[in-house]
Write a protein that binds this ligand. Structure first.
Ligand SMILES: [Ca+2]
Ligand SMILES: [Ca+2]
Length: 486
């Protein structure tokens, strides 16, 4: 058997083992009871400290295959298969798709739901009845742009949705790309407000090839056709991709070249408006995909990256220097730094939300901040999550925290687990929160463990998330909410 075939088999075995583990764990996780969600107000944690309020407001890939298949050379390292034993593929899903969730309303007009929280009145809409792992960008006028996907070896896709201007509750949906794609993905807008989406493409169907796999940089031409730019690099690249576009239209991408595919860790991409790009390893060491990475720019457009340092189980911050990357630890308290979300405001104050793991299915949503000239970080606990699904499942916990800044410059953080999606805002002395969605049935329709939050220029929070409706193939419902102050 050729080395090529061996690599294919090893990768496929690891992939299938992950899928099997997902289903096996799903059965036990789904017996958790629904967490109480009645109390909308959260008392400040004992460790909470005042957070400076001087900050001002700032803000923050598709299918297959490239035409002339570039052949990527594999690293010479001896592959060490992840600790996984191949097992028979599961044949059924314990989470049947409820028919009601795919049927449009009688008149074809989707219903919007209003939720009155203590902070905001939320208008909630269903973007699409099929899709997972959404990401959100906002235009200057507050119009949402949503990217989401369907991860499947056959028939997978990436879609893009915007609300219909003249029909509230309806969304215009178009297909960005088709193929064997994977999320989480990300979306941002260029200075001329055209969308760019980044995502992982296996670049094959049915079989995962180590020789392929890239982050795809999908941008829209003036005629609104999608141009798919595979950012070729050695390794099965582009997992957990995140994107921020600078004022000059340069795209800054971070993504994982993961340990699951014998990759070298977290990589940074700088993509020019003409599509040319450079790739750098930031020096993270080997990293699994799953725990999220994020990227933001300071006032000089210096890129900063947060990630979960799997060697030390810490929240790490990497900053691009004139030569290479400088990495420091932000939080080292226990097993911490999962699922981070990063913003830098116009004063160069750094804001990070993340999860400190506390148990098999529990953790604390945390906030860390540091002013430009501060030497120390200030930490604050936002809330606790009790129904996290932290296994290796593709639909398990991923980007479970997402941070934005309100009109006063204070942080607003969206977060969620299988049971609920909540949004908390810092009022200067404490966190207050609204729960805007709860799982109707943890066994049949857990929430999808991913939130994407942005604030518009008026400071209104907008977010997208998803509810799981089927494990194999993984399907869900894409939801969107916008809040106006109560
Ligand atoms: Ca790579
Ligand atoms: Ca590659």
């Amino acid at each position: 058997m050729s080395p090529h075939s061996l690599r294919r088999m090893a990768a496929y075995a690891a992939f299938m083992a992950t899928m099997v583990a997902a289903v096996a764990c799903g059965d036990s996780e789904s017996t958790n009871s629904l967490a109480p969600t009645a109390a909308p107000t959260i008392s400040p944690s004992q460790t909470a400290q005042p957070i400076p309020t001087t900050a001002t407001l700032t803000t923050e890939p598709p299918p297959p295959a490239p035409t002339a298949g570039p052949t990527v050379t594999q690293p010479a390292a001896t592959p060490t298969p992840p600790s996984a034993t191949p097992a028979p593929a599961p044949t059924s899903t314990p989470f049947p798709l409820p028919a009601a969730n795919t049927a449009p309303g009688p008149a074809g007009v989707p219903a919007a739901v209003e939720v009155h929280g203590s902070l905001f009145t939320w208008r909630i809409e269903e973007v699409d009845g099929v899709g997972i792992k959404p990401a959100l960008a906002l235009a200057n006028d507050g119009t949402p742009h949503v990217a989401y996907m369907f991860e499947n070896d056959v028939g997978g896709w990436v879609k893009y949705a915007q609300p219909e201007a003249t029909s509230p509750g309806r969304w215009n949906i178009s297909t960005v790309a088709e193929g064997y794609v994977y999320g989480p993905q990300d979306i941002d807008l260029t200075p001329s407000e055209t969308p760019v989406i980044v995502y992982h493409d296996h670049q094959d169907t049915g079989v995962v090839l180590l020789e392929l796999g890239e982050v795809i940089y999908a941008s829209q031409d003036e005629d609104q056709t999608w141009r798919l730019n595979p950012l070729d690099d050695p390794g099965h690249d582009g997992w957990d991709s995140r994107l921020v576009i600078g004022d000059d239209g340069v795209g800054y991408v971070v993504a994982v070249d993961p340990k699951q595919f014998f990759g070298s860790g977290i990589e940074f991409y700088r993509v020019e408006p003409d599509g040319s790009y450079v790739v750098e390893q930031i020096g993270s060491g080997p990293q699994d995909y799953k725990y999220a990475v994020d990227i933001a720019l300071d006032s000089l457009e210096t890129p900063y990256i947060t990630y979960y340092d799997q060697t030390e189980n810490d929240l790490a911050l990497a900053v691009r220097k004139d030569v290479g990357w400088e990495i420091t630890s932000v939080d080292t308290e226990g097993d911490t730094g999962l699922f981070s979300s990063l913003l830098i405001d116009s004063t160069d104050r750094i804001h990070i939300s993340f999860l400190r793991r506390e148990g098999e299915s529990s953790g604390a949503v945390m906030y860390a901040t540091r002013g430009k000239n501060d030497s120390e970080w200030t930490f604050s606990k936002v809330d606790d999550l009790e129904n996290l699904f932290l296994s290796g499942a593709s639909w398990g916990a991923r980007n479970v925290t997402s941070l934005a800044l309100g009109p006063d410059g204070n942080p607003i953080i969206a977060y969620g687990d299988q049971a609920r999606v909540s949004v908390a805002a810092w009022n200067g002395t404490a966190w207050q929160s609204d729960t805007i969605d709860t799982s109707k049935d943890l066994r049949n329709q857990p929430l999808g463990h991913l939130v994407s939050l942005k604030t518009d220029r008026a400071g209104r929070p907008h977010l997208v998330w998803w509810a799981l409706t089927s494990i194999i193939p993984t399907k869900g419902i894409i939801k969107y909410a916008v809040g106006t102050p109560s």
